[in-house]
Design a protein around this ligand. Structure first.
Ligand SMILES: *[C@@H]1O[C@H](CO)[C@@H](O)[C@H](O)[C@H]1NC(C)=O
Ligand SMILES: *[C@@H]1O[C@H](CO)[C@@H](O)[C@H](O)[C@H]1NC(C)=O
Ligand SMILES: *[C@@H]1O[C@H](CO)[C@@H](O)[C@H](O)[C@H]1NC(C)=O
Length: 442
């Protein structure tokens, strides 16, 4: 899909040719279909080809006659077969001719609306066209791109949400962006990930102050003036910190309370499913776990604990009913706004550790989960660790679905603990799996 495809000034050039080819196509379609009907309806003869239909009237004791009949039969059958194969060849020639004609008609059919808008329901807005490109590289510029155009990245499902995408791209160029992050994130979650870039600036939170200095920032609640609260139910951090004490279901409900449960996470092994960071690190030579990733890392506490051990962890997060990404960044940690569906933006064989708690679980469709696990394997360096922390599933799924996936991928098990969920989940046969998996060195 080139930008030229939107050039509406181009007029239909061969309208008559197109009409002629359409008639030809129609005729050919009728012919081919008639042929197929004859061939498969069991008619005895098509275009002079005699199809052999014969019921042998011989007795088993007349073996010589039987042989003769069989030989005759074989000969006739092989004759029919060769005629059939000749017919098939003719048919396939007709088919490729048809394909060529269709392609021909398509390329000369510039008037068609479909050709102009591609996958979009209608002509995209000017800013959308610019945002998605492609854009021609300067003449004579021959980089190792294998193309003379650059395509900005855009999630494959974006075209299904043209209205929302155009709203997202509706701003005065150079001015302030439409500010609802949650609106943009909803687009990402529907498969429009990555979102296109924009030519506007996010609103600056009023009264912004410098962040807390590191390392105090790791365990400090950021100032309320560090973000814009409009999209969220809570309008300040005190509300977010407190929401763990209130009814209601939120994602990572008590994650913002850095002085409650968050403080103890990964510090002690309180059950066989709870591994401690120090026990995990002790399995590898000292200092060899240096960089890594926490997938769906809540408020960033895993990265904070790793940071205290001089290990750099990138935390991916979505802002589900809370400004998780801003919170992580305010703690002095690296947040990455990425859904679990996104290919991990790291090179092959690079990370020392990948951790994920709760997020990778049975809510992810099996096929997507398998792709995600292969992607984790890909970015881990040989000898790198994948810490699957509290993977949730139903007991029967564990051995029937998930263990085979892990076996296929080829991780080495260093630790593996499955345990029934103790609360309400007990009757429902809900299980957690915690595992420490290593990418083999060879
Ligand atoms: C049938 O054909 C085979 C070889 O094609 C030949 O050896 C055999 O004698 C034939 N049988 C009769 C009954 O003609
Ligand atoms: C982290 O690095 C600093 C500076 O190199 C060092 O002083 C400190 O002891 C390290 N901390 C740990 C837990 O290794
Ligand atoms: C899965 O299989 C293992 C080994 O066969 C068995 O010990 C375990 O109980 C099974 N787990 C579940 C949840 O059924």
């Amino acid at each position: 899909m080139g930008s030229k495809d939107y050039d509406s000034s181009r007029k239909p050039s061969h309208q008559h040719a197109a009409t002629r080819s359409k008639i030809k196509i129609l005729l050919l379609l009728v012919l081919t279909n008639a042929l197929s009907i004859f061939l498969f309806s069991g008619s005895g003869s098509v275009f002079g080809v005699k199809f052999w239909r014969y019921t042998p009237s011989v007795h088993v004791w007349d073996s010589e006659k039987l042989m003769l009949e069989l030989n005759t039969t074989r000969a006739r059958l092989s004759d029919s077969q060769s005629q059939l194969s000749a017919l098939r060849n003719q048919l396939s020639t007709a088919n490729s001719l048809l394909e060529t004609l269709i392609a021909d008609a398509k390329s000369s059919d510039q008037g068609s609306n479909n050709k102009q808008t591609g996958m979009w329901a209608r002509e995209p807005s000017e800013e959308l066209k610019l945002a998605m490109g492609p854009h021609k590289l300067p003449l004579g510029f021959t980089p190792n791109l294998g193309s003379d155009e650059l395509f900005p990245t855009l999630g494959q499902a974006c075209h299904k949400f043209q209205d929302e995408l155009e709203k997202y791209l509706d701003y005065p160029v150079g001015g302030e962006c439409f500010s609802d992050d949650i609106f943009a994130q909803r687009l990402m979650l529907k498969g429009c990930e990555p979102l296109p870039r924009r030519r506007c600036k996010p609103p600056t939170p009023a009264g912004y102050v410098e962040p807390h200095p590191y390392p105090e920032s790791l365990w400090s609640i950021p100032p309320d003036t560090s973000i814009t609260w409009d999209p969220y139910t809570c309008k300040n951090y005190a509300c977010l910190v407190d929401r763990g004490n209130h009814p209601g279901s939120y994602d990572c409900k008590d994650c913002f309370n850095l002085f409650g449960r968050e403080k103890d996470r990964w510090m002690r092994e309180t059950s066989e499913l709870d591994y401690s960071i120090d026990a995990v690190l002790a399995l590898k030579p000292k200092g060899t776990i240096r960089i890594g990733l926490d997938i769906g890392g809540g408020s960033g506490t895993f990265a904070a604990r790793m940071s205290e051990r001089n290990i750099t962890i990138v935390t991916t997060s979505m802002n589900f009913d809370g400004p998780f990404n801003s919170f992580i960044a305010a703690r002095g940690l690296i947040s990455m706004h990425l859904s679990v569906a996104h290919r991990l933006p790291f090179f092959d064989n690079t990370l020392d550790i990948v951790h994920s708690m709760h997020v990778l679980s049975n809510w992810i469709p099996d096929v997507m989960l398998e792709f995600a696990l292969y992607d984790i394997y890909r970015v881990l360096r040989p000898g790198g660790l994948f810490w699957l922390d509290h993977f949730f599933c139903i007991g029967t799924q564990l051995n029937s679905t998930y263990v085979p996936i892990f076996d296929r991928i080829g991780f080495k098990q260093l630790r593996w603990n499955a345990g029934r969920k103790l609360d309400r989940g007990f009757e429902m046969n809900e299980w957690y799996l915690s595992a420490l998996l290593e990418k083999p060195m060879n």
